[in-house]
Design a protein. Structure first.
Length: 128
């Protein structure tokens, strides 16, 4: 059970975008840390399996809090989406990403994630 109302009564659209926004925000934080310690590097190595694993876990954890509109979504999409992310995580290794675009992408993803979660918290009456 989730302790806060931020992740309650998610729409399908928000549930699908939640792991993707998490990936963007985590990449931005990694880019910020890399930029803080290595100013001269044009890029950095990103551990895709770890981030996708966390994103898939987030999707699996919050799947029970979604307002599903169709029965096929409840069983098909709820489990197929996290399994797909786990599958990609198993096949992809570390990748080299450019630093400055990832800083911009991460900041935008973090801001959008905050807006979505705050909006969802204000529209959700309670967890239950």
């Amino acid at each position: 059970m989730l302790p806060c109302s931020v992740l309650c009564n998610l729409t399908v659209r928000l549930w699908i975008s939640l792991p993707l926004l998490f990936l963007g925000a985590a990449t931005g934080v990694a880019a910020l840390l890399t930029w803080s310690f290595d100013h001269g590097e044009p890029g950095f190595e990103l551990s895709v399996p770890v981030l996708l694993g966390f994103a898939a876990g987030l999707a699996l954890l919050t799947g029970g809090r979604v307002r599903w509109s169709n029965g096929w979504q409840r069983f098909g999409l709820r489990f197929a989406y996290p399994v797909m992310m786990f599958g990609v995580a198993l096949t992809v290794d570390r990748i080299q990403v450019p630093l400055m675009p990832m800083l911009a992408l991460g900041g935008a993803a973090l801001a959008l994630l905050a807006v979505f979660l705050i909006r969802n918290a204000t529209t959700s009456a309670h967890c239950g």
